[in-house]
Design a protein around this ligand. Structure first.
Ligand code: AMP
Ligand code: ZN
Length: 485
């Protein structure tokens, strides 16, 4: 069986991944708070853990891997958006407007992430469906001396957990010294965090032993993983910004309830995404949602989802990643060229992700080296061009499919060529012979005529000593080639 190595935040080392139960590999990734469209940065963990999910399914079998990613649907920001809709005159109670907002945001999220080639997780639990479990866990933490009630709140006592800070590599004393947050008077220790808090009558709330209220954010994931996976599971993922405090707090809650050996074996974190070298921010004008990018925004044309995915995969997940317009353009040209090759020399409809190359699996098994996996696609493409076909063209299609980079739209571009391979070869031959003649006569007008007509039809013309290569580009118009005779 393939050996998978993954970097574990808990040990700060790359380790061999050995599942607790190879027949039931379990992975949990913290999902979005559903109050608005996902921004481009939010898509990074989704793509990273989708690649890991695909790898695990390949190695352990699709029926032996369970992937859960939650939706945080109770939060101040959700309440605020619903409230502003109500104030703007929207019909319905605040509760209904909250439900409407979370429902539509979840729908958008799944659409947008689907457009980036991500598979849907096996479980996508909503936090509000697990309130009972959160209350039970909170009660248990109080009973075992890890949490206390104060002024309608329940707080986790960080001094009750000797390993607090170990995941993110901080000591409680340093954290207290560096804390800039305003400390609520009811906290025993500034780092104590909320498990339960009171809710006002007009906002969502649930009855609890501590009065009507709602859960804190961290307890959500502890309660949901326990309900779905039990006390122990294999991989817990999310963006690096979640390592502290969110994951540190999740771990504290769960380990205090079930023992230090419980909860996630592997912790994985993706680095952050920037745009054109800067942190994405509305004030810098470089903030956009995934949908903005897909549909086009501020006068820019839309970008295909597979192009976004390719750009993401070109940077290792533990490195900061820079989104640039140039990278998107390069990725688009590359994907078009790949799909053209498949269109010409193979058949897109025969692509099968289970036939992925060993090279791609080996690259991903080395802590998700997606860059090396993409390099293998280049090697397949180069080989296909050199031998004018061969099995590498279909292999390219299998690998693109496995990586979630197949694109029906791009796949369609070269169809006329694919159907009429003779036409393509004939044009290449015409151009070659025109060039040969021109070398002797020194009259290049026929070469120029053919070249210009091809370029006008959206075909990239590559001429070298080795020969002539024609590649249909994004604006390819086969009807313009009809006139070329
Ligand atoms: P949030 O809804 O803010 O909790 O974020 C959802 C997910 O997106 C989390 O896993 C975050 O770590 C991740 N995330 C947010 N911003 C970025 C970013 N700029 N780059 C990469 N991941 C991010
Ligand atoms: Zn979480």
């Amino acid at each position: 069986m393939t050996t998978i190595k993954l970097h574990n935040t808990k040990t700060r080392k790359k380790e061999v991944f050995a599942p607790i139960d190879p027949k039931n590999v379990r992975m949990y990734v913290c999902g979005p708070t559903v109050y608005d469209r996902a921004h481009l940065g939010n898509a990074r963990p989704v793509v990273v853990f989708d690649v890991l999910y695909r790898l695990l399914r390949h190695v352990y079998g699709p029926d032996h891997v369970t992937y859960a990613r939650n939706f945080t649907d109770v939060d101040d920001k959700i309440n605020a958006t619903a409230l502003s809709r109500k104030e703007a005159g929207a019909a319905g109670t605040l509760e209904e407007l909250i439900q409407e907002r979370t429902d539509e945001t979840i729908r958008w999220y799944l659409e947008d992430m689907g457009a980036l080639g991500n598979l849907e997780p096996d479980f996508a639990p909503r936090a509000t469906d697990y309130i009972r479990q959160m209350i039970d866990m909170t009660q248990e933490l109080i009973d075992t001396g890890h949490a206390y009630e104060a002024e309608g709140h329940v707080l986790f006592d960080v001094t009750s957990y000797e390993h607090y800070g170990s995941l993110s590599g901080r000591s409680v004393n340093d954290m207290i010294a560096g804390a800039r947050v305003e400390v609520a008077p009811y906290k025993r220790n500034p780092m104590d965090f909320v498990l339960w808090k009171p809710s006002t009558d007009d906002l969502p709330g649930w009855d609890s032993p501590w009065g009507r209220g709602r859960p804190g954010w961290h307890i959500e994931c502890s309660a949901m993983t326990k309900a779905l996976f039990g006390e122990k599971f294999d991989i817990h993922g999310g963006g690096l910004d979640l390592a502290f405090p969110h994951h540190e707090n999740e771990k504290a809650q769960s380990c205090c309830e079930a023992g230090e050996d419980s909860f996630a074996n592997f912790w994985m974190h993706n680095e952050m995404l920037q745009v054109e070298g800067k942190k994405m921010s509305k004030s810098l004008g470089n903030f956009f949602t995934v949908r903005d990018l897909l549909d086009g925004h501020d006068g820019e044309l839309g970008v295909d989802g597979s192009v976004i995915r390719y750009v993401f995969l070109s940077t290792h997940y533990r490195k900061p990643m820079d989104w640039t317009a140039k990278k998107a353009l390069d990725a688009e040209l590359k994907l078009i060229a790949f799909h053209n090759l498949i269109g010409i020399y193979a058949d897109h409809t025969k692509s099968d992700s289970s036939k992925v190359s060993t090279e791609v699996i080996d690259a991903l098994s080395n802590d998700l080296n997606t860059h090396a996996a993409l390099a293998h696609l280049d090697a397949l493409a180069t080989h296909t061009k050199r031998v004018q076909g061969g099995p590498s063209a279909l292999q390219l299609a299998h690998d693109l499919k496995f990586l979630g980079l197949s694109n029906e739209h791009f796949g369609n571009i070269p169809k006329p060529f694919a159907i009429d391979k003779d036409k393509l070869s004939a044009l290449e031959r015409d151009l070659l012979s025109a060039r040969k003649t021109a070398m002797q006569t020194k009259d290049f007008s026929e070469v120029d005529r053919l070249k210009l007509a091809l370029i006008d039809a959206g075909v990239e013309v590559r001429m070298s000593n080795a020969g002539v290569e024609l590649i249909a580009g994004p604006n390819f118009d086969p009807s313009k080639l009809e006139a070329l005779k």
